[in-house]
Ligand binder design. Structure first.
Ligand code: XMP
Length: 509
């Protein structure tokens, strides 16, 4: 059985980061809301309490009966968690006289303490709290302090329960990972055997057991998640996995044939469906971006449903859902652990009434890539930039025609080719060209032109939530502009988008 750490979320913005760090130490962990506890069986090796935007002094602050864990599992309580333990054990938490945000140093460290093993005196830690633990009960022992925070870390004597005021999960806490490793390995006794290979092995065997001889349909998009999900399922059930790859006519130039080709090379049982005309005819004359998204979503479901019906006796729908889609940090306005549900609404197409299998729903994006690499999936698929589901439809401002799609595909292909050739493709998080239906005057040879504008967009980001425009070299921009204007009929002007998100967004629509 897979051993695990349970992280109980009190709504901190850093909860997912705690999970990331634990997993980087090859220990499997799960995040659960503090008020919706999972089953605590013998696979649980330890518990971590997250921070919270609440103060423990607030009336509506999150409450938990920590006696459920204290002395039963090793418990590491971070920030709010630490204050909660102190206050509810007879200590006192008061508003800080100086609000402590940012860097601090552990000027006192109990160097013999197992939680602080290999952490040097003066180690930098990241604080983010408006309250201070002013007084601790007699059975609590201070094991680290900064010059302004006496109770920076404590242990409840005679137990494996610890509280830390700082955030070990952020990289500004320079020895935070060491502290987590001390907790996980020395205190919880975790064996650090959760690796991409072990994930693959256990996932394939549990998929085999779950699905047996049933059939699964799965929609491939060409992106990382659906591709990795498909290969895992394929390794588990072989030809009983029926993949469907729809050409909506809004993919990048040649992408449909190239991706279909590489899926076939990977041995997947995949069927390509050319539905270009169906999408384009439904989109004709539609200018509103949200309307475009709705139409594309609806037509995709129709096309997929038709194709799925052609597979006899299918009982499962495979999906590339990943962990961030499943968990949501507890909301400040009231906890809401939301799990996306596919089968709770009436009138859904038949395929949505299938049982759902989501082999990646415990993984973060970078873990999906690592698993994909360990499965031998081509870098061309794993290293691909994010690409929106509605594709080029939301990169053509205004109404969509086959001609505009063709122009944008050409310009985009030149752009992406140049990014790859110059080594910039892997340095930017997402790039794409946008077709602006704005005509402007130009001159080519002796002729006056009156044609459209292509806008280039390239951004750096971690998760798409915020982004900054990439500082592509002028020489590269000059070459791309030249190549596009000289080779793409209908374009006589190229501009570069220098807006960050917020306040702009990555896509223009
Ligand atoms: P924005 O434009 O909101 O984009 O800054 C953030 C990320 O989301 C992608 N995106 C979409 N992906 N369907 C998708 O599957 C959509 O309708 C959609 N709109 C934006 C965008 O490409 C970027 O990665």
């Amino acid at each position: 059985m897979q051993e695990k750490i349970i992280i109980l979320d009190f709504g901190s913005q850093y909860t997912q980061l705690i999970a990331r760090r634990v997993r980087e130490l090859n220990v499997y962990c799960e995040i659960h809301p503090f008020n919706n506890l999972p089953e605590f069986d013998n696979t649980v090796k330890g518990v971590i309490f997250s921070g919270s935007p609440f103060s423990v002094r607030q009336e509506n602050a999150p409450q938990i009966d920590f006696k459920l864990f204290h002395n039963k599992y090793p418990l590491l309580a971070v920030c709010y968690g630490a204050q909660y333990l102190a206050q509810h054990s007879g200590g006192e938490v008061i508003p800080s006289t100086i609000r402590e945000y940012g860097r601090a140093n552990l000027q006192y460290i109990n160097e013999t303490h197992p939680l602080l093993k290999n952490i040097p005196r003066d180690s930098q830690v990241w604080m983010s709290h408006g309250d201070t633990i002013a007084d601790i009960p007699a059975e609590f022992e201070v094991i680290a302090s900064t010059d302004t925070v006496r109770v920076a870390a404590f242990q409840v004597n005679g137990s494996k329960t610890y509280g830390i005021q700082f955030h070990p999960e952020v990289t500004h806490s320079t020895d935070g990972k060491q502290l987590l490793e001390n907790f996980l390995v020395d205190i919880c006794g975790c064996s650090q055997d959760w690796t991409p290979d072990s994930f693959i092995e256990t996932t394939i065997s549990s998929l085999k057991e779950k699905i047996g001889n049933d059939k699964v349909v799965l929609g491939l998009s060409g992106g990382v998640d659906s591709s990795v999900a498909a290969v895992l399922l394929h390794n588990a059930i072989g030809k009983n996995l029926h993949c469907i790859f729809v050409d909506n006519g809004l993919l990048r130039k040649d992408e449909y044939t190239q991706v279909l080709d590489s899926y076939q090379h990977m041995g997947l049982n995949v069927r390509g469906i050319d539905a270009k005309d169906r999408f384009l005819s439904q989109l004709a004359g539609v200018k509103d971006p949200e309307q475009k998204r709705k139409i594309i979503g609806r037509v995709f479901i129709e096309v997929f449903d038709d194709a799925a019906h052609e597979v006899q006796d299918v009982s499962w729908l495979g999906q590339g859902t990943i962990y961030p889609d499943v968990i949501e940090s507890v909301s400040v306005n009231g906890p809401s652990a939301t799990i996306k549900s596919h089968h709770n609404v009436g009138g859904l197409p038949d395929f949505m009434k299938l049982k759902v299998v989501e082999p990646l729903n415990t993984l973060f994006k970078d873990e999906v890539r690592k698993v994909g690499k360990a499965l031998g999936i081509d870098d061309v698929i794993l290293g691909r930039h994010p690409f929106p589901g509605p594709g080029l439809a939301i990169r053509i401002l205004g109404d969509i025609t086959a001609e505009k799609v063709a122009i944008l595909q050409e310009a985009d292909a030149i752009y992406i080719h140049n990014l790859k050739a110059s080594g910039w493709y892997d340095k930017v998080w997402q790039a794409g060209a946008i077709f602006l239906p704005v005509q402007s005057v130009g001159v080519m040879g002796d002729e006056r032109t009156y044609e459209n504008v292509i806008c280039l967009r390239a951004v750096g980001s971690v998760d798409g939530m915020t982004a900054d425009w990439s500082h592509l070299p002028y020489e590269l921009l000059a070459k791309i502009s030249n190549d596009i204007i000289n080779n793409v009929k209908g374009i006589n002007r190229v501009v570069y988008d220098i807006s960050s998100k917020p306040p702009a967004t990555i896509e223009w629509e």
